[in-house]
Write a protein that binds this ligand. Structure first.
Ligand SMILES: Nc1nc2c(c(=O)[nH]1)N[C@H]1C(S)=C(S)[C@@H](COP(=O)(O)O)O[C@H]1N2
Ligand SMILES: [Mo]
Length: 324
């Protein structure tokens, strides 16, 4: 057996091991004073970061300016879990499948068709849709209907900005979103797992609520393919399946769109799918949730996932148990 006596960090010049490497460990970066002490000793995590950078892998950075959700910063789910435990059935149904199978997906170039009841329909290049001056970092809670949850620093633009440029007509009552259909790049689309392409929808007032976001990044960098590159929806007060990935079409429509999971399981998944501890899934309780990654830790589910103040008014008078 050959044993390489060289330690992996032997050939990394110390000049490369800079204090910025401590970004690798978010808590450490935030918790410890990064100063002379950081420079004096070469610590294993700094070495690991340097090795990864050489391999072309970047480490997550915490977004610099968080316009919303700053108070959640310390609870943010680690990058490896946000990008390693995914639901994206186009790449397989196991939580690890998307990270494993999405490598050859091509998120660029990308364009989005805007159509239906609006004054400015057309095919828009992603760069024209997402204006750099409007990009924000927001840390949101994210809750899957399966009961796991995360806290994620997303990067994107308020959906309402894009909607107002599209200028919906008075006939527009709902917004319908569609995921790209590319079976040659998305192995799951070759099997009848779901009726492809994946479809989701929001009522127009929901879509123009300040919290609804068109997301292009996570942890301050472009979305990895498994998280829905290059453009996905995030509606933090609703179960995760509403947050459709890899969007190629946005349509303004009069009728409530039939979303994919409602089509699949009409008695389990509704159109609204607002997070609600008191409305159980037919097969399990929604009273508590499990923040990733620990299967042992759990916390109370919050009404509208903690965003009742911002979104509750839209459902006044609606029977939340019925309109699930
Ligand atoms: N196109 C598409 N979008 C999708 C899904 C999917 O299978 N296909 N899964 C949904 C579900 S159930 C969840 S919980 C979230 C997961 O997002 P994440 O993998 O970034 O955590 O994506 C949603 N968007
Ligand atoms: Mo989900």
């Amino acid at each position: 057996m050959l044993i390489n006596p060289k330690k992996p960090w032997d050939d990394i010049p110390s000049s490369e091991i800079t204090p910025e490497d401590v970004y690798l460990n978010r808590r450490e970066f935030l918790g410890a004073a990064v100063g002379a002490a950081g420079l004096a000793t070469i610590r294993p995590e700094a070495v690991a970061a340097a090795i990864r950078r050489r391999a072309g892998l970047q480490d997550p950075e915490v977004p610099a300016i968080v316009s919303m959700g700053e108070e959640l910063r310390d609870d943010a789910t680690e990058w490896r879990h946000v990008t390693g435990h995914n639901n994206f059935y186009e790449f397989g149904t196991d939580k690890r499948d998307p990270a494993r199978n999405a490598g050859s997906f091509q998120p660029a170039p990308w364009s989005v068709r805007i159509e239906g009841e609006c004054e400015n329909p057309g095919d828009y290049a992603l760069e024209d849709l997402i204006r750099p001056g409007e990009v924000e970092d927001r840390i949101y809670r994210f809750r899957c209907v399966e009961t796991w949850s995360m806290v994620v620093p997303w990067r994107g633009v308020p959906l309402r900005n894009v909607i107002s440029r599209a200028a919906p007509t008075n006939n527009a009552r709902y917004v319908r979103f569609e995921t790209v259909f590319r079976p040659e790049e998305m192995p799951g689309q070759n099997a009848p797992i779901l009726p492809w392409p994946y479809v989701e929808g929001l009522r127009l007032d929901e879509a123009t609520n300040l919290l609804a976001m068109l997301v292009t990044g996570v942890y301050g960098r472009d979305l990895p393919n498994q998280n829905g590159a290059p453009l996905r929806l995030i509606v933090p007060w609703k179960y995760g399946f509403k947050s459709i990935k890899s969007i190629v079409k946005i349509s303004f429509v009069e009728e409530m769109p039939l979303n994919t999971w409602q089509e699949m399981q009409p008695n389990e998944y509704g159109f609204f799918a607002n997070v609600n501890p008191e409305v159980d899934h037919p097969r399990w309780s929604q009273a508590r949730e499990k923040p990733l990654p620990s299967p042992f830790r759990s916390r109370d589910t919050e009404l509208f996932n903690g965003y009742a103040e911002q979104v509750g008014h839209m459902y006044a008078g609606m029977d939340l148990a019925r309109w699930y």
